[in-house]
Design a protein around this ligand. Sequence first.
Ligand SMILES: Cc1cc2nc3c(=O)[nH]c(=O)nc-3n(C[C@H](O)[C@H](O)[C@H](O)COP(=O)(O)O)c2cc1C
Length: 130
Amino acid sequence: MVKGILHPDDARRAVSAGADGLIVSNHGGRQLDGTVAPLTMLPEVVEAIEGAVPVMIDGSFRRGSQVLKALSLGASFVFLGRPFNYAASIAGEAGVKKAVSLLGSEMERNMALLGVTDVEELTTDLLRRH
Ligand SMILES: Cc1cc2nc3c(=O)[nH]c(=O)nc-3n(C[C@H](O)[C@H](O)[C@H](O)COP(=O)(O)O)c2cc1C
C-alpha cells in the first residue's frame, strides 16, 4: 500500500512499482500548509489507474455524508483518524464506540435519503457540483 498519493502521475508510478493499493492522503494536512484536499484529487487518481488496484482515502472526513461522497467518487475504503482520537480522549473506549455508531447511523440515514441500499450503488450519478 502506498499512502500519501495526491497526483495521478504518482498513482501510476506506484502501481507500476507494484503497489497493491493506494491511499489518497495529505496525512491530515499536517505537513504542507495549503496542500490540496485528498477528496479533490480522488477522481483524477481513480481515473489514472483504471481499476488496477483499490484506491482508498483519508483526511478530514467527519460525517457519514462525506464518506458517501468519497465512495461515490470511487474510493474503496475511507479512513478516519482524529475523530476517533478525540472520541477516545473524551470518553475512552465508550467514546470511540459512540463515534463509530454516529458515523454508521449518518451513513445509513443518508443512503436511505439517496435511495440506495448498498454502498456498491454509490456512483458519481448521485453527485453534482455546486
Ligand atoms: C497526531 C497524528 C500523527 C500522525 N502521524 C502520521 C505518521 O507518522 N505517518 C503518516 O503516514 N500519517 C500520520 N498521520 C496522518 C494519519 O495517518 C491520517 O492520514 C490522518 O490523520 C487522516 O486525517 P483525519 O485525522 O482528518 O481523519 C498522523 C495524524 C495525526 C493526527
